[in-house]
Ligand binder design. Structure first.
Ligand code: ATR
Length: 292
């Protein structure tokens, strides 16, 4: 029997990476012969590792922290989203030898928001909390969708200002402004969409896990609230949003849908997202209970 077609993720460290759960779950459910593994690749060896994977017949790779920006040097072509987001999360080894860099973070997020809420950022006032890599992917997507206005707030206000400037300069018609984390009540008033990309709410530190990036009473009842944090799946922010009667969009869905977009680029098939989501939730549950 021929070996399965290799896929994988390059990160450093790599022990905590969950994407094998998604992609091996999809391969098994669809009965297709792909096998996906996590590889720990040191930053100084990322170029060698990418070329090695290509020589070894990999169909593609997920690229994660800390390689997402550095790997742009080793691609022959990059998608428009990579150019705008400044980072690669997916490589495709094309049959003609080209290495193509993609970024599925923004489109995965957008598809999941649409599927969960039936709504789209177009015409909405939007608030993004945080100004790191995830914020950039979301800010670009929100602006591309034709949001009415984008407000970016971050603990380090200068990073939010840089991102707002970048969005206005790069996306025709985009309107963005920025600030620190003070007066979030004012920033959120009239917002139809609030996205948390900070690490507030994340499991692993009790104080951080209990924290919402925005006070509960600042969340408008009519807002869609989306969290990048996926462990725990129901974060302090999403619980607060639910109490306000707002629509919530879990980070687990974002994780699955960005993976589904990568899977489609590699295999041409649709990831069975409901089934894969259940596998992810089981894996997260084990992690929280210390069983993995
Ligand atoms: P990612 O690529 O996931 O976006 P990142 O680039 O490390 O990760 O960004 C993390 C974000 O969480 C940043 O916006 C960070 O704010 P700073 O730019 O001021 O560092 C934000 N963040 C981290 N810890 C935070 C905290 N305790 N309170 C508020 N924001 C926090």
């Amino acid at each position: 029997m021929p070996n399965p077609i290799p896929l994988g993720v390059f990160g450093y460290p790599a022990g905590h990476i969950l994407s094998p759960v998604l992609h091996n779950g999809a391969a098994e459910a669809l009965g297709v012969d792909y096998h996906y593994l996590a590889y720990e690749v040191r930053p100084e060896q990322i170029g060698e590792a990418v070329r090695g994977a290509q020589s070894m017949g990999f169909r593609g790779l997920t690229i994660t922290i800390p390689h997402k920006v550095a790997v742009t040097e080793f691609v022959d072509e990059m998608s428009e989203d990579v150019r705008l987001m400044g980072a690669v999360n997916t490589l495709v080894f094309e049959e003609d030898g080209r290495i193509v860099g993609h970024n599925t973070d923004g489109i995965g997020w957008l598809r999941f928001v649409e599927e969960t809420t039936g709504e789209y950022p177009k015409g909405k006032r939007c608030l993004v909390l945080g100004a790191g890599g995830a914020a950039r992917a979301i800010a670009v997507k929100i602006a591309q969708c034709g949001a009415e206005h984008l407000e970016i707030r971050n603990r380090t206000a200068e990073k939010a200002a840089e991102l707002a400037r970048f969005v206005e300069e790069s996306i025709p018609g985009a309107k963005a402004s920025s600030g620190g984390l003070e007066n979030l009540q004012e920033a959120a008033a009239g917002c139809g969409l609030i996205v948390n990309t900070t690490s507030q709410g994340m499991w692993g530190d009790a104080e951080r896990e209990a924290a919402s990036p925005i006070p509960e009473d600042a969340i408008p009842e009519s807002a869609i609230c989306s969290d990048a944090v996926y462990i725990p799946p129901d974060t302090a922010f999403l619980k607060a949003a639910e109490r306000r009667g707002a629509k919530t969009v879990r980070g687990t869905g974002w994780l699955v849908y960005q993976g589904a977009a990568s899977w489609k680029l590699w295999t041409g098939t649709d990831m069975p997202t409901d089934l894969v989501m259940q596998k992810l939730l089981d894996a997260l549950d084990k992690r929280i209970k210390g069983e993995d």
